[in-house]
Design a protein. Structure first.
Ligand SMILES: [Zn+2]
Length: 322
C-alpha cells in the first residue's frame, strides 16, 4: 500500500483562530520528529491565504517568519509542500485578533470567475516562490472544490494536475460548505476532467481521494465525550474554534456517516482499521488528512504508533517522490 500522510497546515477560521505557536509550530515540530525517526515523509497542504494576509501587518512579522521558516524546514526535511486555498483570507483583517468574514467568501466558488482565477494564480505563485519549487497538487479549503469546471482552466494553465480533496461518500451542505462527494468513484485514485466526482479515462487531472471510513454514532459520542473527561489527552493542541458545520455534529451522533480517515484527535483511533479496510478493498493508495492544529496528545501517540508499526510494511509516499 502507498500511504500518504497529509496535513492541512492552517490556523482556525472561526471566532478564535488560535496562535501560530499552538496551531502550527509546536505540533508540526512533533510530527517532524516522528517522521525523522523512521525516515518517512508527509505532504503539507499549506494555507497560503494566511501568509499573504499576514504580510500586510508589520506586527505579524514574527509569526510570519516563524511560519515561513517552518515551511522551508518541511522542504529541507524532504516533506512535500503543496497548495491549500482558503480564500476568505482575502477579506480577513487584523486588529490584535483576526476578524474573518466567512460569509460568501469561504469557498472559491463564492468569488466571481476573474477573482477566483486571480486568487489561485496569486496563491500558487506566492507558495512556489517561498519554497523555490513548483507545486502541482491541490487541496481545496473546507473540501469545497465544486463545481470543478470553475477551476479547470486555471489549473491547466498553472500545471496543477493532481487533486486530493475528495473523500468518497462525503456530504456537507451548509451556508458556507458545498461538498457533495456521494457520487465520487469509490476508488483511491482516478482521472477526471470537468467534475471531480466523475471518472474520465485519460482525463487531465488525477484525484488521490482521501480515504473514507464509516463512523458509527458511538464513535462520535466518545469523540465529544473524551475531550471533556480527559482534556489533557484529548483536547486539540491548537486552541481555536472551527466554523459551524451546520447540523453535522448532531447527525453524526445519531446516524452513521462516511467521513475521511484522519490523524486528527480521536479520529486517529481508526487509522489502523481504515488501513485494513483499504487493503481489503485492494486500494493502491491510502491518503489520510490531518491538521497540526487538531492534533491532541492522544492523536500524536497514535500517529507515531502508526508510523512505527507500518514504515517497513508499506510505502509512505509523497506526491513529489512518486
Ligand atoms: Zn483547510
Amino acid at each position: 500500500m502507498n500511504i500518504y500522510l497529509t496535513f492541512d497546515y492552517e490556523l482556525f477560521f472561526g471566532e478564535n483562530t488560535g496562535t501560530v505557536q499552538d496551531c502550527l509550530i509546536n505540533p508540526t515540530a512533533q510530527l517532524f520528529s516522528f517522521a525523522k525517526q523512521k525516515d518517512v515523509h508527509y505532504t503539507f497542504f499549506v494555507d497560503v491565504g494566511f501568509l499573504i494576509a499576514a504580510e500586510k501587518y508589520p506586527e505579524l512579522n514574527n509569526d510570519l517568519n516563524l511560519v515561513k521558516n517552518q515551511v522551508n524546514e518541511m522542504v529541507a526535511l524532504g516533506h512535500d509542500v503543496q497548495l491549500h486555498i482558503h480564500p476568505h483570507w482575502e477579506k480577513a483583517t487584523w486588529d490584535k485578533v483576526w476578524s474573518m468574514n466567512i460569509n460568501e467568501s469561504y469557498k472559491l466558488s463564492d468569488f466571481p470567475q476573474d477573482e477566483l482565477v486571480a486568487i489561485v494564480r496569486k496563491y500558487k505563485t506566492y507558495l512556489d516562490e517561498l519554497i523555490g519549487k513548483e507545486t502541482f497538487v491541490f487541496r481545496a479549503g473546507g473540501w469545497c472544490i465544486q463545481p470543478f469546471s470553475l477551476l479547470k482552466n486555471v489549473f491547466l494553465e498553472l500545471g496543477i494536475t493532481i487533486d486530493s480533496t475528495v473523500f468518497p461518500g462525503g456530504y456537507l451542505q451548509t451556508k458556507d460548505y458545498d461538498v457533495n462527494f456521494l457520487k465520487a468513484p469509490k476508488k483511491s485514485k482516478y482521472q477526471f476532467e470537468n467534475d471531480v466526482c466523475e471518472e474520465v479515462e485519460n482525463g487531465s487531472f488525477t484525484e488521490y481521494s482521501i480515504a473514507s471510513y464509516r463512523y458509527f454514532p458511538s464513535f462520535y459520542w466518545w469523540l465529544y465525550g473524551l475531550g471533556r473527561i480527559f482534556p489533557k489527552r484529548h483536547k486539540m493542541l491548537g486552541k481555536g474554534n472551527f466554523i459551524s458545520q451546520g447540523g453535522r455534529k448532531w447527525s453524526a451522533l445519531t446516524s452513521f456517516s462516511d467521513y475521511h480517515v484522519s490523524t486528527d484527535g480521536y479520529f486517529a483511533k481508526k487509522l489502523e482499521a481504515s488501513l485494513q479496510k483499504a487493503i481489503n478493498l485492494e486500494h493502491e493508495e491510502f491518503v489520510t488528512i490531518g491538521h497540526p492544529k487538531s492534533c491532541s496528545v492522544y492523536s500524536l501517540i497514535k500517529t507515531k504508533q502508526f508510523i512505527d508499526k507500518y514504515h517497513l510494511v508499506h510505502h509512505f509516499k509523497t506526491f513529489d517522490r512518486n
